[in-house]
Write a protein that binds this ligand. Structure first.
Ligand SMILES: Nc1ncnc2c1ncn2[C@@H]1O[C@H](COP(=O)(O)OP(=O)(O)O)[C@@H](O)[C@H]1O
Ligand SMILES: [Mg+2]
Length: 361
């Protein structure tokens, strides 16, 4: 009977104290974890003490037993408070270290030996800082390269336009050549600006795909038709193998652009009389689009880098040549990845083979 009474009284008081503790924590919800821990410890101590005091007041226990219980509770409470205090200080110190590390200018490295949750935050921060730094570096390089790629042809166009304006060149043939040259440069620069715009949309995650069920065989046929003039001018044979339909859920415009970038590269890097082969097929449950050429192989060291923004494989950039600004493959990769696909390249036979893999529809 006594035991039931004791349980009822202590449980009732404990609930009251717990409610008060929760209310206090709610008021202090924006404060330090250390303060919260002190509240938790205090709730435990007060709940126990309240129970004991109530029981002793009702003379359920008396004399030596009462003193024993009271002192055990008091000492236990003090120990609990002490541990909560130390733990709170540790958490506060750890979070301060984290904040200091974040605020330190320069590279952020995660401090070690933090409590698990804070360590996770620190490691995640380190990763995202590193990613941000890499992106920022790439962006800066791109701006530097692009301004270089814009400035050189602009200088040439300006010189030609001035020569025409001042009447320095008058013979029909040169005048015609200058006009053609200026038009070609303008076309190339517009292409560059388009590519930059596309790339910035991809990087901003703002690529809007309007996907529908399309057949890769049709995409290959369209791309072939679009690239025929370029291939003929270069004396490159363009052929396709697309027997099956190969249905995918894709944005035909965007995917066509990605494929066109691969095909234009292949034609450009294939010598006269070489062949560029486009293929659409189903391979181990995936839709595969591949472009194989006769470029003689990409240097092993360049293979993993060809998809990088502004990578052109040349140590010196020569923007007046027929090469681009190194954006084509980065754009193709961005488009393919937006379709949950993969793009890759291997050296094979007389050249290399770029391959796009997409989930089948
Ligand atoms: N089919 C290919 N054969 C050989 N090298 C290639 C081929 N496609 C791409 N590359 C290499 O990858 C680089 C990057 O290609 P890309 O992003 O399209 O830029 P760009 O065509 O403007 O140079 C090229 O400069 C070239 O060095
Ligand atoms: Mg290209």
């Amino acid at each position: 009977m006594n035991l039931l009474k004791i349980i009822a009284v202590t449980a009732g008081l404990g609930t009251l104290v717990a409610a008060a503790g929760l209310a206090i924590m709610w008021r202090l919800r924006g404060r330090s974890i250390g303060v919260m821990m002190a509240v938790v410890a205090a709730v435990a101590v007060v709940a126990t003490l309240a129970g004991v005091v109530a029981i002793t007041l009702r003379m359920l226990i008396e004399g030596e037993a009462r003193d024993l219980v009271l002192s055990v509770v008091a000492v236990g409470g003090l120990v609990g408070l002490g541990v909560a205090f130390i733990l709170g200080r540790r958490v506060v110190a750890a979070s301060r270290r984290l904040v200091d590390a974040v605020r330190t200018p320069g590279d952020f490295t995660a401090p070690q030996g933090l409590p698990a949750e804070l360590q996770t935050i620190a490691n995640t921060l380190e990763e995202s800082f590193a990613r941000e730094r890499a992106l920022e570096g790439a962006r800066r390089e791109l701006v530097a390269w692009v301004s270089h790629d814009l400035r050189t042809p602009l200088a040439g166009m300006r010189a030609m336009a001035e020569a025409l304006e001042d009447g320095v060149v008058t013979d029909r043939e040169t005048v015609l050549r200058y006009h053609t040259q200026i038009r070609l440069e303008v076309e190339r620069l517009s292409g560059l600006v388009d590519d930059l715009f596309e790339l910035s949309r991809i990087h901003a995650g703002a690529l809007r795909l309007s996907r529908s069920r399309i057949g890769l065989a049709d995409l290959v046929a369209d791309t072939m038709a679009g690239a025929e003039a370029l291939a003929r001018a270069k004396g490159v044979r363009l052929s396709a193998e697309a027997g099956e339909v190969v249905p995918v859920e894709a944005d035909a415009g965007a995917l066509g652009r990605a494929l066109r970038n691969l095909v234009v590269n292949a034609i450009r890097h294939t010598p006269t009389d070489g062949t560029v082969l486009l293929r659409a097929a189903v391979h181990v449950g995936m839709a595969c689009l591949s472009v194989a050429d006769c470029c003689g192989g990409i240097p092993e060291a360049d293979l993993p880098r060809v998809f990088e923004v502004a990578f052109t494989g040349e140590s010196a950039r020569t923007p007046t040549g027929e090469g681009g600004a190194g954006l084509g493959l980065a754009i193709a990769q961005g488009i393919v990845e937006a379709h949950q696909g993969l793009i890759g390249v291997v050296n094979e036979g007389p050249g290399c083979r770029f391959e796009i893999r997409l989930p089948l529809s």
